[in-house]
Design a protein around this ligand. Sequence first.
Ligand code: 13P
Ligand code: SF4
Length: 336
Amino acid sequence: MAVINIEEAKMQVDQKGWLDVAVDPTLDLFSEIERLKKEKNAVLLAHYYQDADIQDVADFIGDSLGLAQEAKRTKAEIIVFAGVHFMAETAKILNPGKKVLLPDLKAGCSLADSAPTAEFRAFREAHPDHIVISYINCTAEIKALSDIICTSSNAEKIIESLPISQKIIFAPDKNLGAYLKKKTGRDMLLWNGACIVHEIFSVKKITELKLRHPSAKFIAHPECEEPVLRMADFIGSTTALLKYTQSNAAKEFIVGTESGILHQMKISSPEKIFIPAPPETNCACNDCPYMKLNTLEKLYLCMEYETPEIIMSDELLKKSKIPIDRMLEISRQYGL
Ligand code: 13P
Ligand code: SF4
């Protein structure tokens, strides 16, 4: 491996968001990452949407809620986060004294991008009688402007924990918001954001696929649009979708979410068939382009050089922690 010094590493991260260092192709990155974990007392947390190789080397794989809970629980000194920026930020908020590493700082999220701080602050101020529930897929600045954070695993319970008369703003995902409005019967004001991955599924192609696989169950993430959700046999967070495929007797599943989750579905039910739900065009757009910025090489390099690191101001850390703690407490009360 080409060796660089700390200053060069810092410059590269400032310019590119990741370390662009040639890695010896003969290096066994799996054992190198295991070695670095031990040497540095580091834990590797990965989202289900990461590449299969990254999932295979992770200490914990989960959905957004599971990862936040694991970040809170860990005793490791360094948290290496194989996911996107808002997830690593959440881990940092829960562990202000620890080093939190993200292989590529440009691993963002279209939902988080859809809620700029100034516009959101103005929206909030225009509705002072509303409580703000924000989906965890948002920046720390938006979290600091929110009353409670939720994920797709606990959103319904969090909404139901509030008095029926409570006015609610739900941000930033309009599709998840619309789904929750329908499920809970609450009148919520929705921010107009969306996930680029979950908005590309084709109703026409899913219908054709269902005709060709009549016994297959179609399962979908609630970030999908309403016409897609209407076709689903089951709707849930990534963890809920995985559990459904484990417990349901069906032998075939059409999966309406990011394709990374298929890896764990195939591992836990090797006898079953999993078909990614088709997008409108013949693109690979059910791969999240942000999640997939992380690679095994970048992961190894960020552990070796301990950069890129999530850095936040003390004030932002403090303010954004309050609504996350509320989410974790409500989730605990409901046994989630
Ligand atoms: P969950 O992890 O809550 O299922 O959300 C999926 C997602 O889009 C994460 O970015
Ligand atoms: Fe964001 Fe969608 Fe990618 Fe999740 S899948 S990180 S919501 S763009």
